[in-house]
Design a binder for this molecule. Structure first.
Ligand code: 0X9
Ligand code: ZN
Ligand code: ZN
Length: 301
């Protein structure tokens, strides 16, 4: 059965999304933004107080990389926290009155479903038995120029072209279609405890560098206030490594100013295999960072 404090299977997450949408129909609506390579639905939950007019929105995804299980866990936690604290938590209430949050709880459904140590998508590559592309090297942002590989057997294979993966294309199409309302793009990964923002495909500073850094630092200190977990903030290239084709850089260059990648716990002790006992504290502290960013976005609409 589904639980917020364990790593759920895709089928548990799928039925959880359905039941969340039906039991919170005043707050959540469900949209399939396309299917994966193997034909599974990519489900987005739109969370917010229903209103007659179109609201500005924040987009957040989890599960780009299939083995980063704490990421998937966080999106589920966020959705639950949003609907259960609406009406009592003033930040969440004000946010969801004024804005919508689009949550894509599992981006790389096929990879997650394969339930192995695989991080890539599951598509076939010509001339090799190596499967898949790194979806975070597959976006049109300096595509495959640095920190990405043209070898299909590499973990950082960039694919045959930007958006060659149907999953990347579905996400990019959704964001392009909703470009006028999407004010922030947040993508949840693990691990290393970092709050990253553009750019990763170049060492050049983003036009909004100072503001992005200031917000990242505020979000990191909000996160740290709960259990003392220390995050480092900065642009991707100098802070983690240069790597082109990421969805964060792509969204930023499209015009989504507040574009952030979070690398959740830990710093490498357990790495991708973060124990289930750490799901609750990790999600609780991460909520504080997301709420900080969201409140800043809301104040600057
Ligand atoms: O390399 C990545 O895609 C991310 N790290 S991970 O260990 N989760 O794989 C970092 C992404 C930073 N942003 C870009 N490279 N655009
Ligand atoms: Zn990742
Ligand atoms: Zn990482």
């Amino acid at each position: 059965a589904h639980s917020y404090t364990k790593y759920n299977t895709w089928s548990e997450i799928e039925s959880w999304m359905n039941s969340m949408a039906t039991s919170n129909s005043d707050m959540i609506s469900k949209e399939v933004i396309g299917n994966t390579y193997e034909g599974r639905p990519m489900v987005v939950l739109k969370i917010g107080k229903k209103s007659g007019s179109t609201k500005p929105a924040i987009f957040m995804d989890c599960g780009f990389h299939a083995r980063e299980w704490i990421s998937h866990a966080f999106c589920q936690w966020f959705v639950n926290e949003a609907v259960t604290t609406y009406g009592s938590d003033s930040q969440i209430t004000s946010l969801l009155d004024q804005m919508d949050v689009f949550v894509l709880p599992v981006f790389n459904v096929d990879g997650y479903n394969a339930f192995n140590a695989h991080l890539k998508t599951r598509s076939r590559n010509a001339g090799t038995s190596c499967l898949g592309t790194d979806p975070n090297r597959n976006f049109n942002a300096g595509w495959c120029t640095i920190g990405a590989s043209t070898n299909p057997c590499s973990e950082t294979y960039c694919g045959t072209a930007p958006e060659s993966e149907i999953e990347s294309k579905n996400l990019a199409d959704f964001i392009r279609k909703n470009k006028s309302i999407i004010k922030a793009y947040i993508t949840i990964h693990s691990y290393s405890q970092l709050l990253l923002f553009p750019y990763s495909y170049t060492y050049d500073l983003a036009a909004d560098h100072d503001e992005l850094l200031e917000v990242a630092k505020g979000a990191s200190s909000a996160l740290r206030s709960l259990y003392g977990t220390v995050y480092t903030s900065g642009p991707g290239a100098p802070t983690i490594y240069p790597a082109a084709g990421g969805s964060d850089d792509w969204a930023y260059d499209l015009g989504v100013k507040y574009s952030y990648t979070l690398e959740l716990r830990d710093e490498g002790q357990y790495g991708f295999l973060l124990p289930e006992s750490q799901i609750k504290p990790t999600c609780e502290e991460t909520m504080l960072a997301i709420k900080y960013i969201a409140t800043h976005v809301q104040k600057n609409l």
